[in-house]
Design a protein around this ligand. Structure first.
Ligand code: NAD
Length: 506
């Protein structure tokens, strides 16, 4: 390890606040070799609490030397971890689950402070991450490989080997869940994992380090490299890092995928989304209106599975009217959090202004929203009617609480609109008729489809991943695909008895 970087502490302080009130927190240093260290650059970036628009702490900015030191620590720890039976590795995940449950309240307030989501949304973030841990706990039962006698006396078997040192790069919107899409599978598979958290929300990943250590994970097997683009490039380029999992915007997903692939690395890079929800006249009024509103505006629309575009087929005005009622009733700060930054608020408002200028009707207007006592980055629920597919609000990912409505005469027209989108993360159909649902499910071009479900995230054991510009690389990021991504099958053919009728294998 770099001698110039003394270990500062092996304890991450607990976040003390238990409310939405503003509170400062520690400097987010790198978690290396089971301890906190500064970055070599000595530079830091402010971390804002977006609800209050105030700096709650700082995060270190890492580069190549920090990655080198983390790889060194990982190399020291890896043989012991790789040699630990999978069953024992899974026990660490058992304990991590219990520790996350123990510290749930603290972690929810911490995630809420760094991300701006509500307490309930933060709890959802961690709960969904725990489901991924539960899946990985079951890996010793599921990832058993297999074997048969392929000829007399000749046995063929397959085992799953870890890749070695692997890395994940994650976005701001789910500070614990997205790292847990990758970590549990990668660790139970026997790898050492380096995480590059979002520099905007670095604290959840730091607390994970402390909890994993408490759960018994050997030092050096989970580490963080904080920072932005320099840190990402240093992680992707390091020759000892064998595989890269990425989740973030399509622009960066493409860049990271190209960079990692050019180096011959295994890469799976999940990108952005524009999820279409098709509503037909027979859709259930209450279910559709409530679900669509929750999907579009929950987490302030900052979910890659948020429904950001509704295709209204025929006359569904009664449903739109009900949605307007529900959206207007949402209480900022209670039912819905803020957006991540001033830049995000400006970008989202600019999309609304532009759509209005281009002829869309703003039937619920979230511009200018504010919350007394919390002077942060608020945008209220916004519904834009009469959007056309070629307007930026009809095709770009806005990543905020904005639902664009496009009208279509027929279901085929609606499906064609969805199919023309370059994204393909999620799509949903709201109908009370099975054959309509089936017709749409078969034709929608998205990796995750909802039928009367607004956020069709596959729950474990089913795996998460979209199509087209929402995912670069093969397979999905969670479930068994996730395990396969972080491991490689080794085929062993053995013959122990010498026989006179031996086959071509002899
Ligand atoms: P982002 O792409 O800006 O950042 C993601 C990660 O990439 C961060 O760790 C960041 O530090 C790094 N990064 C940013 N710019 C980079 C560059 N030029 N070169 C190298 N690395 C860079 O995304 P975000 O704003 O943090 O998150 C929001 C985006 O993530 C949305 O587009 C959303 O749809 C997407 N997302 C997708 C999924 C999915 O499963 N498909 C899930 C969550 C979020």
């Amino acid at each position: 390890m770099n001698a110039a970087l003394p270990v500062l502490s092996s304890a991450v302080p607990a976040y003390q606040s238990r409310s939405y009130d503003f509170a400062e927190y520690t400097t987010c240093r790198n978690w290396r070799g089971g301890a906190l260290v500064d970055a070599v650059s000595g530079h830091t970036l402010p971390v804002e609490n977006p609800r209050h628009g105030k700096v709650m702490g700082h995060v270190v900015l890492s580069g190549q030397a920090d990655v080198e030191a983390a790889v060194h620590a990982a190399k020291l720890a890896l043989p012991g971890w790789k040699g630990t039976p999978m069953r024992e590795r899974a026990q660490v995940m058992f304990r991590l689950k219990a520790l996350l449950e123990r510290d749930m309240d603290e972690l929810c307030w911490l995630l809420s402070a760094e991300n701006g989501k509500t307490y309930a949304e933060a709890k959802g973030d961690i709960d969904k991450g725990i489901e991924c841990i539960e899946f990985a706990i079951a890996l010793p039962q599921m990832a058993t490989g297999g074997g048969i006698d392929v000829s007399r006396g000749v046995h063929c078997e397959v085992t799953n080997e870890p890749l070695g040192i692997v890395a994940g790069i994650v976005p701001f919107n789910f500070p614990i869940m997205v790292p847990l899409w990758m970590l549990p599978n990668a660790l139970v598979a026997g790898n050492a994992f380096i995480l590059k958290p979002s520099e905007v929300v670095p604290y959840g990943a730091l607390r994970l380090g402390q909890l994993l250590k408490e759960a018994g994970l050997p030092d050096g097997i989970y580490q963080t490299i904080n920072g932005g683009r320099d840190a990402v490039e240093a992680v992707v380029d390091h020759p000892a890092i064998a595989a890269i999992g990425f989740v973030g915007s399509t622009k960066v997903a493409k860049l990271v995928y190209a960079r990692a692939s050019a180096l011959g690395k295994r890469a799976l890079c999940l990108g952005g989304a524009k999820n279409h929800v098709i509503v037909v006249p027979d859709a259930d009024l209450e279910l559709t209106a409530q679900t669509a509103v929750a999907s579009s505006f929950g987490c302030a629309g900052q979910r890659c599975m948020a429904s950001s575009l509704m295709v209204a087929v025929g006359d569904v005005q009664h449903i739109i009217d009900a949605m307007v009622g529900y959206a207007k009733n949402m209480q900022l700060g209670k039912d819905m959090g803020c957006v991540i930054s001033q830049a995000a608020r400006e970008r989202i408002n600019a999309y609304i202004d532009q759509a209005e200028k281009l002829g869309a009707k703003v039937i619920v207007d979230g511009r200018g929203a504010s919350l007394p006592g919390a002077d942060g980055y608020w945008v209220g629920p916004t519904i834009l009617d009469n959007v056309s597919p070629d307007m930026p609000a009809g095709c770009d990912e806005i990543f905020g609480p904005v639902l664009s409505i496009i009208h279509a005469k027929t279901l085929d027209e609606a499906i064609a609109i969805e199919n023309a989108s370059p994204y393909g993360n999620g799509a949903a159909i709201f109908t009370t008729r099975g054959y309509v649902a089936r017709y749409a499910v078969e034709r929608l071009e998205a990796g995750m489809i909802g039928v009367n479900i607004g956020v069709p995230v596959p729950r474990e054991p089913f795996s998460f991943g979209g199509f087209h510009d929402s995912k670069f690389g093969h397979g999905d990021i969670t479930g068994m695909d996730g395990f396969r991504f972080w491991s490689r099958p080794k085929k062993i053919t053995s013959k122990w008895a010498l026989q006179s009728d031996s086959s071509w294998m002899s």
